[in-house]
Every structure is written in structure tokens, then in C-alpha cells.
Design a protein around this ligand. Structure first.
Ligand SMILES: [Zn+2]
Length: 548
């Protein structure tokens, strides 16, 4: 019976307009990359010790990563990801070379000794080559080999989606974060490298290079690890935040220092706003940094990459079309919001990338509210971004194959959260949920389902049908209504089975009234002024249709 009900539900979903578009055909490589297969499941990374020599003269890199791991269950074969055209030179454990085979982007090493549960070991992978060059960073990622405006070499990495294994060997899956990591980058003198965490040492080498040893003491997602090497200016300020003094370091290109000293003051008000709404900045030990990069921007943990040209808006334009988006710098706000949603709370599977992007999009609206002191201004912003929603395919992607959902994870996801705020209808509680997410899942990798369950539990509302609707179908709920005299009839259409989301409407008398529609017709007596005056509160991402 249960199985039958499920089959019917799936059938309904399939036949609803626009829902469940056929996913692409996935390959063996997608599965190796996107799932926790047998050669990944038995070990847990505790530390990455990454050393990379970066050579702009021939666009090559060479280095090693010492992968320290704890044995969870007995295992002998280990999957380590490194993408072509990079080549492994050797893999070594306890002084002995390991045998390994290559399967596309993955290497499978055979460990000589039995790996006993609870033990900690290290495999060091030596490698070299010319890493893939980014075509359209940060979206089409890889290495970026550029010059700044003064002709100085400028090198950076951006590899979200593509994967950290585009330039260094690791367990390339969202569920895996080391407890700490060294990032030791060697570049030609006098280039300066700015990576994640704190700078522990700078060593001038005999061969005309300098080594910058950065260290991250808190769990970090692998796609956040980055190189930014160029001719930088630097200053630091101390922010007195919720968890005490926080270092905020600024690394613009030297040629842009004056612009940065003006524009980047926004980082302070960003920090103030997001600590208020989301809780303490999650990485006090590693500090906060803004680093200028030769691409638009990326949420690299404790080294947020900035390339928005020192202008407000998104490359000087307002994504909301309302004017609200021109009041602040999109990249400072959006990418820094990811320190809470993406870096503190990290999605285990690419299919749940909405956990990163929906909250970061929603954070833009909260920042608008902080900056203007106007709840209406924040609402205007997020509602304005609705015109960018495509409803081409679901926001949630496909699990186990490194496949994220629709780009709607930004604007639709933000509007879903704004809608849920209306349902909670209590800003203190809403703020408590956002802060509670960051406290409960601090420094963890999560599933989207965990986030959904937490929000239902803490709000006291069953949000399951709301998440099903907005994350897993492309349908926008339609409130169908008939207003005849003083009788209002209404119901939800284009919704998932069981969708019973309350909604606020104006029945024409200027006051907002809560309705609790289901997909069955209900009627209510009103004092309103007829169908012309009827409207749905636009804070809800729904449509209304007069079917009278
Ligand atoms: Zn983002």
C-alpha cells in the first residue's frame, strides 16, 4: 500500500507541468566524483598538508599533498582525486611507494599495511603539470594567469563545481572537510600569495622564489582553498564582534588601494548585519579576509575573493531592478554571507547547493534591511529578483553524481526563505532559526533534508510541503479564487499533494487576512469590496488567479 501511494505520488509529480524534467545522462566518472564509493567511505581526512610551487612563466604547478586520515572501517584501496592533465609522480606512505591505477579523474592507491579502525595514517601524493585554465571564472574554473594594470603577474584559482582536484589531490567530495589544513604556496619573488587562514611564515628561497605558509585551524571545504598571488597592498582592522576581537584583513591590488579603502568599508557593516541575523562569524580563529582576485568573486573561506570593480551593485547593475541593489557592493555582501551558509554549514552533496545559494541570496535582502533600517526595502529587493526566476528545472539537483539544481537556487531560493519568514510571522523567532542553524550545524557538512527538518522543528510549522513545492518542482503555487458578493472561494492549484501553506490576502478592504487554503475549495464571508480589490500579499512567492 505504502509503495502504491508513493508510486502514485511520483506519477503525479511527473505529469505536473514542468516538473521533474529528465536529468542528463550521468557517467561512471560522475558517480566516482559525486558519491561516497567504497574507496572513499572507510577513511576520514583530519589534515591536508598542501605544498604547491606555482610557475607563471610556463603556467605550471608542482607539489605534494600530505593526506592524514583516520580509519573508520577496514579498507585497503583509497580513492584520491586529481584531474587531468595533472600527473601523479608518486604516492608514499611511511616511506614506501604505493601502487596505484588511474580511472579518469580518480586514482586508486593500494595501501600495503592493513588499516586498522581508529588508526591515523598519512599518504603523500606528489604531482605536477599544467592545470586546466579557467575559461570564464569563477563559473568555468581552474587557474587564472593574468597581469594587473601595471603589468605585474597575477595568478588565482577558482574551482567551485569543477572541484579542488583541478589543482590539488584530495578526496573531492562535499562531505569531506579536514579539521585543519596547511596551504604552502611558492611563487616567484616579489609576488605575494594570499591564501586561507593565517600567514604563519614567509621564506625567501635561494632560487628566486618565496614561500607563503598559510594555515587554517578550522574545518574548511576543499573548494574554498585558493591561491591569490600578485602585487598586493595590505591593512588590518580589529572588529569587536559577538565572539570578541576579530581580525579583518584587506588585500587589494596595490594599484587599487585607494578604491579599496573606500569601498571595502562595507565589510564592517556586512559583519555587523550578518552577526546579528546569523550569529557570530564562524571563523574567529582564522580571521576574515577580502582579497582582490582576477574574477568576479568566490566565497573562499577566510579569504573571500573580490572582483566587483569597486562598484556597488552586481558589476554596477541592480539584480533586483528596484534600486535597492545599488546601495551596496554585491560581492562583499553575497560572498561574505557564504561564510555562514556554505563555509560554516556546508552541503554534503552538490544537489543541495541551495543551502549555500538560497541563504546567500536571502542574505542580500537582509543586508538591504540592515543598511536602510527598512524591512520594506529588504522585501522590495528580494521580490524584485523574482523576475530572474526561470522555473526551468527544480532547485534541488541529482544526488550522488555531483549535479546541482537550477540556477533558481539563488532568486527562487531567496524568495522561498522570504515566504517562510512570512509563515513564521515572528522576526525574533525567524532570527533565532537562522542563528540556530549556524550554531547547530557549526563547522559541519549537512544534507538539505537536515536543514529542512531543523526549520520545521524550530518554527513549529510543517514546512515539508513548502520545501517539496519550491525545491523539488518548478511549479509556482496559484491561489485560485472566486469573489461573489461577500463570499470568497479559494484553493491552491499547481501544488504538490498536501500543500496547505497559509497565505495573507487583501480581500479589498485594505486589511490583510490569513487564509489557510488547501487544494480543495473553501469559502469564507468577507466585508471586502469585490474581485477588483482582491490581492495576495506580494511577500509570498505565489500567483493569484481569478477563476470566477
Ligand atoms: Zn553564491
Amino acid at each position: 500500500m505504502r509503495r502504491f501511494v508513493l508510486a502514485v505520488a511520483l506519477l503525479v509529480l511527473r505529469t505536473l507541468p514542468g516538473a521533474a524534467q529528465e536529468p542528463p545522462v550521468f557517467t561512471h566518472a560522475d558517480t566516482l566524483r559525486g558519491s561516497i564509493g567504497p574507496a572513499r567511505a572507510w577513511w576520514d581526512v583530519t589534515f591536508y598538508d598542501l605544498h604547491v610551487r606555482v610557475s607563471p612563466a610556463d603556467s605550471s604547478i608542482a607539489g605534494r599533498n600530505g593526506i592524514t586520515y583516520r580509519v573508520l572501517t577496514p579498507g585497503r584501496e583509497m580513492q584520491i582525486d586529481l584531474q587531468p592533465p595533472l600527473e601523479v609522480d608518486s604516492m608514499v606512505q611511511a616511506g614506501a611507494r604505493l601502487a596505484y591505477r588511474r580511472d579518469g579523474n580518480a586514482f586508486f592507491a593500494t595501501l600495503p599495511a592493513e588499516q586498522r579502525v581508529g588508526e591515523t595514517h598519512t599518504v603523500t601524493v606528489h604531482y605536477h603539470g599544467k592545470p586546466v585554465v579557467a575559461v570564464r571564472p569563477p563559473w568555468d574554473g581552474g587557474y587564472i594567469w593574468r597581469e594587473d594594470g601595471r603589468g605585474n603577474r597575477w595568478v588565482a584559482t577558482a574551482n567551485q563545481g569543477l572541484g579542488a582536484s583541478a589543482w590539488w589531490p584530495n578526496k573531492d567530495h562535499g562531505s569531506e572537510e579536514p579539521d585543519s589544513q596547511r596551504i604552502s604556496i611558492t611563487v616567484p619573488t616579489p609576488m605575494v600569495d594570499v591564501s586561507n587562514g593565517r600567514l604563519r611564515s614567509t621564506t625567501l628561497n635561494d632560487d628566486g622564489t618565496t614561500t607563503f605558509e598559510w594555515f587554517v585551524t578550522e574545518p574548511i571545504n576543499n573548494y574554498g582553498i585558493s591561491v591569490n598571488a600578485g602585487t598586493y597592498a595590505h591593512w588590518q582592522e580589529i572588529y569587536q564582534g559577538e565572539d570578541g576581537p576579530l581580525t579583518m584583513d584587506y588585500w587589494p591590488l596595490a594599484e587599487n588601494e585607494a578604491d579599496a579603502r573606500r569601498q571595502w568599508t562595507q565589510a564592517r557593516s556586512m559583519m555587523q548585519c550578518f552577526e546579528h541575523w546569523f550569529g557570530p562569524y564562524p571563523f574567529y580563529a582564522d580571521g576574515f579576509k577580502l582579497v582582490e582576485a582576477p574574477h568576479l568573486g568566490m566565497e573562499h573561506q577566510s579569504a573571500v575573493a573580490y572582483g566587483n570593480g569597486y562598484r556597488n551593485g552586481y558589476r554596477g547593475t541592480d539584480l533586483s531592478g528596484t534600486g535597492q541593489g545599488m546601495k551596496w557592493d554585491f560581492i562583499i555582501v553575497h560572498e561574505s554571507a557564504h561564510e555562514w551558509f556554505a563555509n560554516n554549514i556546508t552541503a554534503r552533496d552538490e544537489a543541495d547547493m541551495w543551502v549555500h545559494e538560497s541563504f546567500a541570496n536571502y542574505a542580500e535582502s537582509l543586508y538591504t534591511e540592515c543598511l536602510t533600517g527598512s524591512r520594506a526595502a529588504g522585501a522590495e529587493y528580494v521580490i524584485g529578483t523574482r523576475s530572474r526566476i526561470q522555473n526551468d528545472r527544480p532547485v534541488q539537483g541529482v544526488f550522488g553524481v555531483n549535479y546541482s539544481g537550477s540556477g533558481d537556487m539563488y532568486y527562487k531560493g531567496g524568495n522561498m526563505l522570504h515566504t517562510i519568514r512570512q509563515l513564521v510571522n515572528d522576526d525574533a523567532r525567524w532570527r533565532g532559526i537562522l542563528r540556530g542553524l549556524n550554531r547547530t550545524f557549526r563547522h559541519q557538512t549537512v544534507t538539505g533534508a537536515q536543514v529542512e527538518r531543523y526549520m520545521s522543528t524550530e518554527s513549529g510549522l510543517d514546512l515539508a510541503p513548502v520545501f517539496d513545492q519550491y525545491l523539488r518542482t518548478t511549479m509556482v503555487p496559484v491561489l485560485e479564487y472566486i469573489l461573489e458578493g461577500s463570499t470568497l472561494s479559494y484553493r491552491w492549484a499547481d501544488v504538490v499533494p498536501g500543500f496547505d501553506m497559509p497565505v495573507r490576502v487583501d480581500v479589498g478592504d485594505g486589511a490583510l487576512t490569513w487564509l489557510r487554503p488547501t487544494s480543495a475549495w473553501q469559502t469564507v464571508k468577507t466585508t471586502g469590496g469585490g474581485a477588483e480589490g482582491f490581492s495576495v500579499d506580494e511577500n509570498f512567492y505565489v500567483e493569484a488567479r481569478d477563476v470566477g
